[in-house]
Design a protein around this ligand. Sequence first.
Ligand code: AGP
Length: 613
Amino acid sequence: MCGIVGYTGVHQAAPILLEGLEKLEYRGYDSAGIAVSGTDREGNPCIEVVKAKGRLKVLCEMTDNGRSVHGCCGIGHTRWATHGEPSVANSHPHYAKNKRIAVVHNGIIENYQEIKEKLIKEGYVFTSETDTEVVAHLLDKYYTGDPVDAICRLMVRIRGSYALGILFQDRPGEIYAVRKDSPLIVGRSAEGNYIASDVPAILKQTRTVYFLKDMEIVKLTADGVAFYGLDQEELERSFEEIHWDTEAAEKGGFEHFMLKEIYEQPKAVRDTMSPRIQDGKIVLDELGLDEETIRGFARIQMVACGSAYHVCVSAKYVMEQTAGIAVDVDLASEFRYRNPVLDPHTLVIVVSQSGETADSLAALREAQKRGFLVLAIVNVVGSSIAREADSVFYTWAGPEISVATTKAYSTQLVAVYLLAMHFGRIRGVLDEAACGRMVEELQQLPQKIERILEEKERIQWFANKFSHSRDIFFIGRGLDYAASLEGSLKLKEISYIHSEAYAAGELKHGTISLIEDGILVIGIATQPELFEKMISNMVEVKSRGAYILGITSYGSYSMEDTADYTIYVPKTMECFMPSLVVVPLQLLAYYVSLGKGLDVDKPRNLAKSVTVE
Ligand code: AGP
C-alpha cells in the first residue's frame, strides 16, 4: 500500500519527508513525490511539487536529498499503484489547477470514475489515470477559504478508503489530514508535528503519537495540533507514547509480516470486492470483456503456480457450479511444455500475486502465441503478467512482504467469485435474484474472517501440541480438497514439516497405508453434501490410529463425535467457504513455524517471487 509522510515545524521539510519515506520503503512502491509549502520569487505563498518514478533515490537525487526544495511544511508519498500504471504523472502528490491544493492519498476512491466524469464536464483538467486526482479537484471546487469545511464536504462526496495529507497554498505552514479505513498517525514533537501512514516513518523524530480515527480531521501547524469532527467541531484528543523498535514498527506491532498480512485479510478482501459491487450488482467493466465475448467462451483454462494454483483448483468448482462453464486447471510449469490441446473458444486465466512468476508468464505467452485471450488475476500493478495479459483483474491486497502468501491468496479467491458470478449472470446460468443473494453473502466475508481471527489463541494452543510432528495430512472433498492443498503448502513452506493434501476419497487407493498411531490428520468438512462422506473418511484414518483435527462450520457439531479437536468457522455459502477455511490453516502453519523457532517470513530455499524456472 502507499506511504504518506507530512511535517511542519522549525526545520526544512523536504529532507525530513524523504527520510520518512525511506522508512516506509518496506511497504513496497513504484514511485514517490513530495510537495512543500514555500514562497515564489515575488514572495507569494506557493507549493513546490517534485515527483519521480522508480526508487526513492531518484527523488533524492533530483532534490539533492531535499536540500533544493525550500520550506518548513510539506507532505510526501510513496505510491503502490492501484489505478494507473507506475509513472510520474500518476505519482503523488496530485494537485488542482495552479497547485492551489496538493494531496497525497493511501486507499481506493471507489466512486472516482463518476466524480471524474462530472468534474471534467465542469471544466476540470485531469493529468493522471489515478483515483486520487479527483480528491485534489474536488477540494479545489469546495474550498472557499476554510480547509476543514472543504474537507468535510469532500468526505460526504467520496466513497472508499482513504488516508489523505493535504496542503492549501494560501495556508502556508499548515497540513490537514483525514482518514477512513486507511491508517494514519499524528506525531508531535518540540520541533514540529507529523503525519504518517505508519509509525516507522517518524519513529526517529518522535514517539508521541495519536492514531487518527475514521472520519477525524487533523490540522497541524509548527507549534500545534487540532482535531475536528465531521460536524467541524473541535475534538479533544490525547497522545500516547509508543515503545516499538523500528523492526516491530514496520510490522505494525505484529511479530511477523505473515501475521500482519493474515490480519490484513478482512481489509484486503473488502478493498478488492467493494469497488466492483455497485448497488448490489457486480461491475467488471475494467476487464474490457463484453457480454458477447463472455457468452462465447466454451471452456476456461486456468494456469498458475503454488498457492495461486490452489486458487485455480477452487475456481474449477466455483466457476462450474456458478457459471456453468467447464474449467481445466494446470500447473504453469506443466502447461507451458505439454503442448496443450484447447478448445478454440477457451479463455485462459493466469493467476499470480507477483505477476513475475517465470512459469506463469511463459504459460501466458504460450497461450497468446496460440491465439487465446488471456485474463490475468494479479496483485502487482504494472507487473509483466499484468502488462502482457489481454485483460487484468487486479487484486488490491497491497504489497505482500511475507514469502508465504495469505492476503493475496484471499483476494484471488474473491476475484474468482466475482468472475464466476459475473459470467454466470451474463451466460444466463445465475439469475439476478440468486446473484444478488450471493453478493450480499460475499460482502459478509470480511467480518466473518475477523471473527475467526478472534479465535487465534485456540489455534495457537493446538499448533503448539503438534509443532514437532514428522508428518501431517490434510484431507477434504470438493472445495475442501482445494483448501487442503493450500493448508498443506502453508505448513510445509514455513514449518518444514512433511505434509500431504489428499482428496479424501483417494485415501483408500494407497495413502492410508501411511497412517499410523498419533499421526495428525486434518479433515476439512464444510460442504454439506459431502459432510457425511468426510466423517466416514475421518473414521477410516482414526481407526488406524490417526489424531483428527476437524475443521467445519458452526452448527456441524456432530464433527465432535469423530474429531479429537474441532475448529469452527462461521457459516457462509458453500462456494465461499474456501475464504474462511483458509484462515485457521494459515494460523496453524504460522504458529507451528513459530513454535519451532523458524524464520516465518523468510523460509529457507524460498523466494517471494520465482522469476526463474
Ligand atoms: C505461496 O505461499 C508461495 N509463496 C508460492 O507457492 C507462490 O504462491 C507461488 O510461487 C506463485 O507466486 P505468484 O502468485 O506470485 O505467481
